[in-house]
Design a protein around this ligand. Structure first.
Ligand code: PEP
Length: 262
């Protein structure tokens, strides 16, 4: 039987949001937390488009060590404040096992990024935290390796794992990664865990985010996670893939047109 993972503490000011077979969960927010204003504006854009979980990176694992690395603990504080202001539970990436406690203190769900999918010490620490974990597929990982990475978390007694297909590396250069849409039904046939899609990091281009989101919806994914930014031109991270305005409205419509789950 397929599982539902609940994210958020519940109670006043913070909702509990399900991710699983009975719903379609829309998560959105800035790729990186840059300032309180930018994060709040992105969160409000995301929320008005129907997103129920706020994403945002405080620790950014960048290809270049000279690129913006994130605001660290200050970024976590901003995320927690914006989560409280909007009532949205927060998912954010943790890149180092030593940071798991501080990230767990500020966020509602820990994200393990593509570059750390096989960082077994980090997976175990995330498992030990007892927090829901969003486990992205390694960009060169097979589905079996990805599911085994999830086992490292589950083995610590934490079954609150959501898998995220975010594109794999292929020979095709027109998109940053190749979205392996078939991974969604393959995983659903093999594992009880929810599986969502990140069309933003798969494509690296905003014009493909809406079509790939439609593909995720059509194939039966349990949700999507999408980058939005109030001013993508000035974004410190991944501006070309961030949605706003009409694109975001179109995405909101695509998500709303989902048939109710019976
Ligand atoms: C992200 O979601 O911020 C991110 C860096 O994603 P990925 O690990 O899939 O590249």
């Amino acid at each position: 039987e397929r599982s539902t993972v609940w994210v958020g503490k519940g109670g006043a000011g913070n909702k509990r949001v399900p991710i699983g077979p009975d719903t379609f969960t829309f998560m959105a927010g800035p790729c990186a937390v840059e300032s309180p204003e930018q994060t709040l504006e992105a969160a409000r854009m995301a929320q008005s488009a129907g997103a129920t979980i706020l994403r945002g990176g405080a620790y950014k694992p960048r290809t270049s060590p000279y690129a913006f690395q994130g605001l660290g603990v200050r970024g976590l504080e901003i995320l927690a404040d914006v989560g409280a202001a909007t009532g949205m539970p927060v998912v954010t990436e943790v890149v180092d096992a030593r940071d798991v406690p501080v990230v767990a203190e500020h966020a509602d769900m820990l994200q393990i990024g593509t570059r750390n999918m096989a960082n077994f010490g980090l997976l175990q620490a995330a498992g030990d935290s007892g927090m829901p974990v969003l486990l992205k597929r390694g960009m060169t990982a097979t589905i079996e390796e990805w599911l085994m990475a999830a086992e490292y978390i589950a083995q610590r007694g934490n079954l609150d794992v959501v898998l995220c297909e975010r594109g794999i590396r292929t020979f095709e250069p027109s998109t940053r990664n190749t979205l392996d849409i078939s991974a969604v039904p393959v995983v659903q046939a093999t594992s009880h865990l929810p599986v969502i899609v990140d069309p933003s990091h798969a494509a690296g281009r905003k014009d493909l985010v809406v079509p790939l989101s439609r593909a995720a919806i059509a194939v039966g994914a349990d949700g999507i996670i999408v980058d939005v930014h109030p001013d993508p031109e000035t974004a410190l991270c991944d501006g070309p893939q961030a949605l706003l305005g009409n694109d975001l409205r179109e995405l909101a419509q695509a998500c709303r047109r989902l048939p109710p789950v019976v």
